[in-house]
Design a protein. Structure first.
Length: 316
């Protein structure tokens, strides 16, 4: 397993290098100059100093080499829009709100989806099954930003149960109130996906011979569901965990803007709007590193749940 993890880490670094390189040159190809508007009325010498400070007066490939050199030392550079503000500071300030909402949405969505899908399978063609499938259809059909605005109208404007927008750095119930609606909006699609996958997977497992054998031995109820049904039915759910993590990260860009949360997504959208090259690159590195690392974690969890996968990875 250790050898497999080391191989995956090496491939992750190669993938991350390719992504950084592509994003660096693609961003530089975007028309416009982020410093042009700010330095428009400044003397020529001051303009030259600004361009020299950020290395924009050098050839493109030299800029790339300098950026990669700084990245190896953990230096993401400084923001082109907020002069003198390190990208590391921007990222460290934006991560806590996004991390809380994304983790809450992922945990709530996965656990709720697995639970609903299992109930639907055990109650096949009965009213619980129809209710779960109706929720799944809604989750697939309704975009997260539409659901977010609907939650704002009913829970904030009409019933005044939760704050409409905003965020607080204070932990506890006050922060929880601000995070409830974004969490629901982000997790609804995950709930729908996992409910459908788990229903199909549990129905398939219930028809297997080893389930009939377990029933013949007298294994029933909770023990049958946890040790035999869920243990095997949950494997497809683990497989799609990686794409769901990516979906939560991407979905938070819109959700954070709607709810006015000063998180990673809102800062990233602002950086794209302002053509803040260094900020876009720095956040892209973090986002891709987190996503690639999450895929490795999914593979490790897959091996822990299914010993056959662990043997396969050891052979590799």
């Amino acid at each position: 397993m250790l050898r497999y993890i080391l191989k995956r880490l090496f491939s992750m670094l190669i993938t991350l290098l390719i992504v950084i390189t592509l994003v660096f040159f693609l961003v530089r190809m975007v028309p416009g100059d982020p410093l042009a508007s700010m330095a428009r009325n400044l003397p020529d010498q001051v303009k030259a100093n600004f361009y020299a400070k950020y290395g924009l007066d050098k050839p493109l490939f030299t800029q790339y080499l300098l950026y990669m050199k700084g990245l190896l030392h953990g230096d993401f550079g400084e923001s082109l829009v907020y002069i003198g503000r390190p990208i590391k500071t921007v990222i460290s300030d934006a991560i806590p709100p996004s991390l809380r909402i994304n983790v809450q949405a992922l945990i709530f969505g996965v656990t709720t989806g697995i639970t609903l899908g299992t109930i639907a399978a055990y109650k096949r063609n009965k009213w619980p099954d129809h209710v779960v499938m109706f929720i799944a259809i809604l989750g697939v059909s309704i975009p997260s930003f539409v659901l977010a605005t609907g939650l704002q109208y009913f829970l904030s404007v009409k019933f005044r149960l939760l704050p409409t927008v905003g965020w607080t750095s204070e932990f506890g119930m006050k922060q929880l109130k601000f995070s409830i609606m974004p969490t629901i909006a982000l997790s609804f699609g995950i709930i729908a996906t996992y409910a459908r996958y788990m229903r199909a997977s549990v129905l398939d497992v219930l028809q297997q011979d080893y389930i009939l054998t377990a029933k013949a031995k007298g294994v029933t109820g909770f023990q049958l569901a946890t040790k035999h049904v869920l243990r095997n039915a949950i494997l497809p759910a683990i497989t799609i965990l990686g794409p769901q993590i990516a979906g939560v990260i991407i979905g938070s860009f819109v959700i954070e803007s709607i709810f006015g949360i000063p998180g990673f997504g809102q800062v990233y959208v602002s950086a794209i709007t302002n053509r803040d090259f260094t900020q876009i690159l720095g956040q892209t590195v973090i986002i891709n590193a987190l996503y690639i690392f999450s895929l490795l974690v999914v593979d490790i969890v897959y091996g822990m749940v299914d010993p056959r996968i662990k043997v396969f990875t050891n052979k590799r």
